[in-house]
Design a protein around this ligand. Structure first.
Ligand SMILES: [Zn+2]
Length: 84
């Protein structure tokens, strides 16, 4: 799986403002280019038996929180990630 990127937000957006199609229709997705402020990690195992995690900028974090159930993910500081 892809490790969280500390230098670029990993959220993808469709051309219209519609954050992450969670199991929905996949449109043309472009990756956000902002600098991330947090790393979001799924609180429960995903369907692939792995904890998914991704970096999010402030804007995408707000969208993420709006569109995911409470407690869906835990958030940590990108500085806490090991390595570079
Ligand atoms: Zn973003």
């Amino acid at each position: 799986m892809t490790p969280p990127d500390k230098n670029q937000c990993q959220a993808k957006k469709t051309a219209g403002y519609n954050f992450m199609t969670l199991g929905g229709r996949v449109g043309e997705m472009v990756r956000c280019t902002n600098k991330p402020i947090v790393i979001a990690t799924e609180a429960k195992l995903g369907t692939d038996d792995q904890f998914g995690s991704m970096s999010l900028c402030a804007e995408c974090l707000n969208a993420f929180i709006e569109q995911t159930p409470k407690g869906y993910a835990i958030f940590s500081d990108p500085k806490d990630l090991p390595g570079t």
